[in-house]
Design a protein around this ligand. Structure first.
Ligand code: CAA
Length: 260
């Protein structure tokens, strides 16, 4: 990967870690940051030694303050319409089959809250705050907020956040179902990395199928969703990892499965 100016990429065992790194602008989503983030996601997606991706904001300035307001202030309607670069961000996340854990360690505002919601599992620090303040700028969420927030926390709470621009705390986000776990700031990334390591120890193709089936629940009605799940469930019976998982469970004594 070429040299990076807005993110830091690391890996630990089978976990790929991406840290947003524009502290001077609260990790706002500049075009460069989006380009580098998408490159890093693609790189981890194509690397068989990586099983899970963790996305966080670094220690200093929280997770992300949303679209880069300075860049956006220069865009006309036609430029915004033609560039459509937030669609690239959504499309980039849709293309990732590996699980992505988002670690929100401070503010996640506007496109930052939307970026968090593109992840599959969210952990938050006790100091985290989530909000869609676009209304205060004379615009609306443009990277999925009006669609994903309602699915995550329900219409009334989503409408409240989007129409008032008010933030919710990590605890409120957890109670509403947006966040899976809230932890002290100094522990949240450590625990998320442990969870990522655990998830990455399972069969990679089975993880991808589980992620795809869960995501389809948002696209399909129940009947079609159950049908889709059955197709993938049956497909797992064709995997070597399926045979291995079942044999390892039935072995006497029971043994740990060795995934392909
Ligand atoms: N874009 C660009 N720069 C940003 C930024 C953003 N979203 N958020 C903060 N910054 C910059 C500030 O301009 C400032 O830069 P300078 O030092 O050069 O002046 C620097 O970060 C520090 O910001 P503050 O002085 O405001 O710091 P603070 O600690 O008082 O407040 C904050 C921090 C609460 C994050 C506040 O900066 C803020 O409210 N930021 C904007 C959040 C927002 O409205 N996000 C929505 C953007 S629109 C969007 O995201 C659309 C979409 O759906 C995709």
């Amino acid at each position: 990967m070429e040299s990076l100016s807005t993110i830091i990429v690391e890996h630990a065992e089978r976990v790929g870690l991406i840290k947003l790194n524009r502290p001077e602008a609260y990790n706002a989503l500049s075009r460069t940051l989006i380009k580098e983030l998408l490159q890093a996601l693609k790189l981890f997606e194509s690397d068989p030694s990586i099983g899970v991706i963790v996305l966080t904001g670094g220690d200093k300035k929280g997770f992300c303050a949303g679209a880069d307001i300075k860049e956006q202030s220069e865009l006309s309607f036609v430029n915004a319409y033609n560039q459509d670069y937030l669609k690239d961000l959504n499309d980039g996340f849709f293309a990732i089959h590996k699980p992505i854990i988002g670690v929100v360690n401070g503010i996640a505002l506007g496109g930052g809250c939307e970026l968090a919601m593109m992840c599959d599992i969210l952990y938050a620090s006790e100091t985290a705050k989530f909000g869609q303040p676009e209304i205060t700028l004379g615009t609306i969420p443009g990277a999925g907020g009006t669609q994903r927030l309602i699915r995550a926390i329900g219409k009334s709470k989503a409408m409240h956040m989007i129409l008032t621009g008010e933030t919710i705390s990590a605890k409120q986000a957890e109670a509403a179902g947006l966040v899976a776990k809230v932890l002290p700031a100094e522990q949240v990334l450590v625990v998320a990395m442990e969870t990522a390591t655990k998830i990455a120890s399972f069969s990679a193709p089975v993880l991808a199928m589980a992620k795809e089936a869960v995501n389809e629940a948002e696209e399909l009605g129940l009947k079609n969703g159950l049908h889709f799940e059955s197709r993938l469930y049956h497909a797992t019976f064709g995997l070597e990892d399926h045979a291995e998982g079942f044999q390892a469970f039935l072995a006497k004594p029971k043994r740990a499965a060795q995934w392909a």
